[in-house]
Design a protein around this ligand. Structure first.
Ligand SMILES: Nc1nc2c(ncn2[C@@H]2O[C@H](COP(=O)(O)OP(=O)(O)OP(=O)(O)O)[C@@H](O)[C@H]2O)c(=O)[nH]1
Ligand SMILES: [Mg+2]
Length: 275
């Protein structure tokens, strides 16, 4: 298993998205706040070119609050509009609409100078799988207009949605890319639930998460500083098996992996600005 996943529907989605891109006014790139850098797709960066882009960091309720602040400042310094968001919270809708208005202000002024008082702006929502693109659209629509589920690869085709007769938003399938330049990227993406379980080397990914926690979040581990990562994982697996006596070793490891992906071990950000 390789921590890699690029099925045909992603290649097709990428092709269809490139056919629409010339008609799009603005891009909303949804990233996972636990991976502010690694959850961007270089293929989508290339696709969007110089279109105005708002980066929405979803799942910021699962990431490290201090790192949310540091990354917010980092992107501010790079003049890149961002929003750290819990898309499931009722406050998300107004925050996103306000940020969208700001991102589209230069377009609106340009339109006015051409005598166009009003038009519906077209926005494409892009990102890697399972980061919350469809959730965001449902939050904006105030009802379930697109399918959402807690597994990657749910949205498989492009779909336009009308938001308040003001914006047309396009939901798109989560897209990864054919080759990770740095294999660590695949591991981190697997840790944040953007990779199909069947292709994940779970043992390797769990080990990476625990090594990272030992270095950056030791308070989340019930362990002594001198304890080896392998031993800390073993203790965590034994605790899982004690709770569910019928679990095999493999099932206990899968449970631990799922606990990490769902943020049950604590709030963690796996990227650092200097990465
Ligand atoms: N905790 C938390 N969960 C979120 C947030 N946004 C989305 N989710 C959850 O993430 C899961 C995936 O959401 P989707 O909206 O289906 O993700 P997607 O990006 O459309 O996924 P694909 O269509 O597979 O690419 C769901 O279980 C959502 O409830 C958030 O801000 N915080
Ligand atoms: Mg979706």
């Amino acid at each position: 298993m390789s921590n890699h996943w690029f099925p045909g529907h992603m290649a097709k989605a990428r092709r269809l998205m490139s056919e629409h891109i010339s008609n799009i006014d603005c891009i909303i790139e949804v990233r996972d706040a636990r991976l502010p850098l690694s959850s961007t797709n270089p293929m989508l960066q290339e696709l969007k070119g110089s279109k105005p882009t708002l980066i929405l960091f979803s799942k910021s309720d699962l990431s490290d609050e201090k790192m949310n602040e540091s990354f917010k400042q980092y992107f501010d310094q790079h003049q890149q509009p961002t929003l750290f968001l819990n898309s499931l919270h009722v406050s998300a809708r107004n925050k996103v609409l306000k940020a969208l208005d700001q991102a589209l202000e230069p377009k609106r002024l340009k339109d006015k100078s051409k005598g166009i008082q009003f038009r519906m702006y077209k926005i494409m929502v892009v990102g890697i799988p399972n980061v919350g693109k469809s959730t965001l659209i449902n939050t904006l629509a105030r009802k379930r207009v697109v399918e959402v589920a807690n597994k990657p690869g749910v949205t498989q085709s492009l779909k336009w949605l009308n938001i308040d007769n003001k914006y047309m938003l396009m939901d798109t399938p989560g897209v990864l890319w054919p080759k990770f330049e740095d294999p660590k990227t695949g591991t981190k993406i697997a840790l944040c639930h953007s990779m199909k379980e069947g292709v994940v080397n779970i043992e390797e990914v769990v080990k990476y998460a625990f090594s990272f926690m030992k270095e950056h979040y030791p308070h989340l581990l019930n362990s002594k500083p001198e304890e080896e990562v392998g031993d800390i994982i073993e203790t965590a697996l034994q605790a899982i098996k004690k709770n569910s006596l019928s679990l095999t070793d493999e099932e206990a490891l899968l449970t631990l992996y799922r606990d990490i992906k769902e943020g049950r071990l604590g709030r963690i950000t796996y990227d650092r600005i200097e990465d």
